[in-house]
Design a protein around this ligand. Structure first.
Ligand code: 4NP
Length: 152
């Protein structure tokens, strides 16, 4: 199972998703690869946002060592599931796909998890810590359901 989590900046949502998924795979002794990337290159080379590090750390998920990078076309080859946080990210990434196979790998994270009431993980960048807490909870529930569905 090779997952790439993708958001806009790769400093808030997708690093948290990467950290949660990695820790759940390790806890369940499942082999896999998890990484994250952003649509933008603006924050490339940076650590995750302090608020993201803080909320993940609260749940014993250490994301402080992550380094932001931009999505690249080889990601379509290197990953099985490219899970995007919202529809604008979906549009940007799906537009880079060169085959139907590649485009089919791109899925809205929450829909892929089987959560259909809310389909987008909101960008918490311009809000406060409570937005990060909500995002963490959505991503945690999503990762639980994804692993449940893929391993049942
Ligand atoms: P993310 O949040 O996509 O969850 O990492 C953002 C971080 C930075 C920006 C936008 C969204 N930005 O425009 O700098």
């Amino acid at each position: 199972m090779k997952f790439l989590m993708v958001c806009l900046g790769n400093i808030c949502r997708s690093p948290i998703a990467e950290g949660i998924m990695k820790s759940k795979l390790a806890a369940a002794n499942i082999q896999g690869k998890v990484d994250s990337a952003g649509v933008l290159s603006y924050h490339s080379g940076e650590a995750p946002d302090k608020r993201a590090i803080s909320v993940a750390g609260k749940y014993q998920v250490d994301i402080s060592g992550q380094v932001a990078r931009q999505f690249r076309k080889s990601d379509f080859v290197d990953f099985d599931f490219i899970l995007v946080m919202d529809r604008s990210v979906y549009a940007e990434i799906a537009a880079l796909a060169q085959t139907e196979d590649e485009r089919n790998k791109v899925r809205l994270f929450l829909e892929f998890a089987g959560i259909n009431e809310i389909t987008e993980v909101p960008d918490p960048y311009y809000g406060g810590q409570e937005g990060f807490e909500m995002v963490y909870n959505m991503l945690n529930e999503g990762c639980n359901r994804i692993l449940f569905n893929l391993t049942k």
